[in-house]
Design a protein around this ligand. Structure first.
Ligand code: SAH
Ligand code: SF4
Length: 388
């Protein structure tokens, strides 16, 4: 913003704010990066060179991008940056699960979890700090909504996970991250543009080259955004259903009051139909909560609801957290529910809890983050008091 009476003499003081506006190239999709190079008066093929440096080699310093001219490197360091979010903490579970609390601009924390499983390793990525949708069984919802993550903060979680294994350019054919699920904190479809740009980078060969079947967006059912997604993305789709009828889903997933089950399933079906790849199905996520949605009659009703719907079903036994009175069902209750669906001909998996010792399970993420933040505040206050 121009201020009257402040001319050239103020130029030095203006520089810091210009630096803050440096474009973070980490979050730009290929098309956006090409446009960036056109906008700065260079050639669009530079985008390919720079993407390889950032995403394949993990390089953030333009000075190290040796196939760019010195002039361009200097120009880039003035107008741009490659800045992943910061790792606040990293925890390793005995079962190999690794969890990061990632600090984003403004001080918020989100969590990213890498879950190795045989030859695969699935990275669970956050899309927002908090969530506005307030599903009754979700600790992220209890935190309320703080802000959307930028595309750089979303793809930055993939960058950090890979970089933390020091595995850029490993060239051994073994990928650190084989699958990505947008199932961390937040509702990805409420942060549409940034999530789409980040998923494009995950699937782009010049980004992380993960197949579209292995990049999954999970939504609680923001139908208009899902209708828009089929025009722009080929990622796989998971839908958080959690109930076989509207009366119950209205209580568990409040957005259902706006977009009821029939509309949601119709939109999911249209998404699948729009994909070039005909064998696609939707993953239906169903969090089982003892005495709430885990009875045999719920399973039967679910089987009828989904009988013509192209899907596989993933049952998630509820993960308890401090602010919730809900309980996880017994193993027997989970098996009974599973059996009804299998007998009805569905492919049904039960999500095993991973990273229990580091609280990395679904819905447990934020409670720990918030707690840790408060603990950090307490430590800070204690330190301030003792040094006063
Ligand atoms: N907002 C998106 C993605 C993040 S939630 C969505 O709702 O789909 C990722 C998955 O974890 C969702 O299926 C969600 O319902 C589930 N989940 C959230 N809290 C949970 C808890 N306490 N126990 C088990 N699953 C939970
Ligand atoms: Fe938000 Fe998903 Fe949690 Fe619901 S389950 S509150 S949509 S993060």
């Amino acid at each position: 913003m121009a201020v009257a009476g402040q001319g050239a003499a103020m130029a030095d003081q203006v520089i810091p704010s210009i630096q803050q506006e440096q474009t973070n190239l980490l979050g730009l999709s290929r098309a956006q990066l090409e446009q960036f190079f056109i906008d700065i008066g260079d050639k669009k093929f530079r985008a390919q060179q720079v993407m390889k440096w950032i995403h394949h080699s993990g390089v953030t310093d333009f000075a190290q991008m040796s196939n760019l001219s010195k002039g361009l490197r200097e120009k880039l360091s003035r107008v741009a940056q490659v800045r992943p979010p910061e790792i606040a903490t990293q925890q390793d579970s005995q079962d190999g699960t690794r969890k990061w609390a990632v600090r984003v601009d403004g001080g918020g924390l989100v969590e990213t979890v890498l879950i190795p499983d045989g030859n695969r390793a699935t990275l669970c990525v956050s899309s927002q700090v908090g969530c506005s949708l307030d599903c009754s069984f979700c600790s992220t919802g209890k935190q309320g909504f703080q802000r959307d993550l930028t595309a750089a903060e979303i793809i930055g979680q993939v960058w950090l996970a890979i970089n933390s294994y020091n595995a850029f350019n490993a060239g051994k054919g073994k990928r650190v991250v084989t699958n990505v699920v947008m199932m961390g904190m937040g509702e990805p479809l409420l942060n549409f543009d940034n999530v789409v740009a980040a998923m494009d980078l995950m699937m782009d060969d010049l980004g992380y080259g993960i197949s579209k079947r292995r990049v999954t967006l999970s939504t609680s059912g923001v139908v208009p955004a899902l209708d828009k997604l089929r025009e722009v993305s080929e990622a796989s789709l998971a839908v958080s259903l959690h109930a076989p009828n509207d009366a119950l889903r209205n209580k568990l997933v409040p957005i259902n009051r706006k977009y009821p089950i029939a509309r949601l399933l119709e939109s999911c079906k249209a998404y699948i139909d729009a994909q070039s790849d005909t064998k696609r199905v939707v993953t239906v996520e169903y969090t089982l909560i003892a005495g709430v949605n885990d009875q045999i009659e719920h399973a039967r009703e679910l089987a009828v609801l989904l009988q013509d719907f192209p899907c596989k079903i993933n049952l998630i036994p509820f993960n308890p957290f401090a602010q919730s009175d809900y309980k996880r069902p017994s193993g027997n209750a989970v098996s009974r529910f599973w059996q009804v669906l299998v007998d009805a001909g569905f492919i049904v998996t039960v999500r095993t809890t991973r990273g229990d010792d580091i609280d990395a399970a679904c819905g447990q993420l934020v409670g720990q983050v918030v707690d840790r933040t408060r603990r950090a505040e307490r430590y800070q206050k204690a330190a301030m008091l003792s040094s006063a």
